[in-house]
Design a binder for this molecule. Structure first.
Ligand SMILES: *Cc1c(COP(=O)(O)O)cnc(C)c1O
Length: 451
């Protein structure tokens, strides 16, 4: 043991310091004792503890500092200049104004969340959203849970436990964050039957694999990677026919929940939930906070008999969606009903921004800042494991500097943090992912940092 440890003063001697007493008035004695203990413990465990660090004065200073850093404001809003629209580390999709308003309504007081105001009786929190989802996707029932990873686990557990699930070899994928389809199947208690090859799988491969133990066919949209060249996958309507003949469900995970036609925005076709249902999928699931542009949620739509089985499974209660996200999701879906997506949902506003307006903004910003900043054409991406390799033409502010990492650090740690990206040793701040109302703050921060 380091002999200096014996010099460390007691908790009581520290908390009797006048400055620490004042701190106790502010944040409570319990919290102060917690901080003092935490700091003293870290000193005791320190390898080369110095005499100075063990002295009362430096301990008091350190505890005062800790009090400032222990409970910081969180989360901190960030200006996303990365050009990645669905940036998972930055919270994926920002919400529309009415989705924000709806979530505030749900959060701030009591509401008719699970109550029918007409009859005064208990209702279902899913009721209103089921109608909207049926209207949008052509399904006849729906269930919303907390995310799509859990929606998949729930669907497989309730429909295929103890049986076999057939999946194409090219679709036994990892979605991200270590969430792998083979592992999900193990968790659900179903056996994975892989068919076909990595690049080509035919209808006949599925037919050959069906046994009396087959409980479902699973089709996963390969959201985050692309198999190109000599490839083949059966269509949903072909697989639906086989599933129907054998009276097993066809489960289709479309991933991003793109209800709009992505090709109208210069992107590759992204599978749409309504097309999946229309082609005969019995269960289709998708994410709330990817290309749907809403809050985190896992949306399951499909045939009544299957959805009802899924809803009744005990796991569905364990992964129930919370009221705040549900309210935001409802308001997001209303934009689709009203056909006002590009005007109101932030990610679709970004995707549909014109080149001209991006360039105009870039010029306006440049005129107001340091001459070292120039404008460059860039490629923004969708991100969030959607549409891999796809880019959208955009414009960025470009800063050349010998201390690029320093600059990127400064931008990240300023009062209004700005996330940039580095390309060819230049720092880029992509304007596609920055809503125009942030331009003023961006100008202020850049003028302060680039002196
Ligand atoms: C992203 C994704 C998921 C997971 O969705 P979360 O809502 O993030 O849980 C599942 N399946 C596919 C195909 C995906 O792309």
């Amino acid at each position: 043991m380091n002999p200096i440890v014996r010099n460390i003063p007691s908790v009581s001697s520290i908390i009797s310091d006048k400055r620490i007493e004042e701190l106790s008035q502010e944040i409570s004695t319990e919290n102060v004792i917690y901080l003092v203990r935490k700091h003293l413990n870290s000193l005791r465990n320190k390898e080369n503890l110095s005499l100075n660090e063990a002295q009362s004065e430096s301990i008091v200073q350190e505890v005062l500092n800790l009090a400032k850093s222990e409970w910081p404001d969180w989360p901190i809003p960030v200006i996303n200049g990365t050009g990645v629209i669905l940036h998972t580390n930055l919270g994926r999709s920002p919400l529309s104004k009415s989705a924000i308003a709806a979530s505030i309504k749900a959060a701030q007081g009591y509401s008719d969340l699970e109550l029918d105001l007409e009859t005064g009786k208990r209702g279902s929190r899913q009721k209103s959203i089921i109608n909207i989802l049926n209207q949008l996707t052509g399904s006849d029932d729906a269930l919303v849970v907390n995310n799509t990873a859990s929606a998949l686990l729930l669907s497989l557990t309730s429909l295929a436990k103890g049986g076999e699930v057939i999946i194409s070899r090219s679709q036994a994928i990892e979605i991200g964050g270590g969430f792998r389809i083979p592992d999900v199947l193990v968790q659900s208690g179903a056996k994975l039957i892989e068919v076909g090859t990595t690049n080509r799988t035919y209808v006949q491969d599925y037919v050959n694999a069906i046994t009396e133990n087959t409980k479902a066919i699973l089709v996963m949209h390969a959201s985050n990677y692309k198999v190109m060249g000599f490839t083949h996958e059966p269509k949903i309507n072909e697989l639906s026919e086989i599933a129907q003949n054998h009276q097993i469900p066809l489960i289709h995970d479309v991933g991003s929940g793109c209800i709009k036609d992505s090709t109208k925005f210069g992107l590759s076709p992204e599978p749409r939930p309504q097309d999946s249902i229309n082609s005969g999928a019995d269960i289709c699931m998708f994410s709330g906070d990817k290309l749907l542009g809403g809050p985190q949620a896992g949306i399951i739509v499909g045939k009544k008999s299957y959805i009802s089985k899924i809803s009744k499974h005990p796991l569905s209660r364990a992964i129930r969606i919370d009221k705040i996200n549900l309210a935001a999701l409802y308001a997001t879906l209303i934009h689709y009903i009203k056909d006002e997506v590009e005007e109101n949902i932030p990610i679709w506003q970004m995707i549909s921004t014109t080149q001209t307006s991006l360039l105009e903004r870039a010029q306006t910003i440049c005129d107001q800042i340091n001459p070292e900043v120039s404008i460059t054409k860039t490629s923004a991406t969708i991100g969030g494991g959607s549409l891999p390799g796809e880019t959208l033409d955009s414009y960025a502010l470009k800063i050349e500097s010998n201390t690029i990492n320093d600059l990127s650090y400064k931008l990240r740690t300023t009062k209004n943090p700005i996330m940039s990206r580095i390309e060819d040793s230049c720092l880029l701040i992509d304007l596609m992912t920055i809503p125009p109302e942030f331009d003023e703050i961006l100008i202020k921060e850049l003028n302060r940092i680039l002196i």
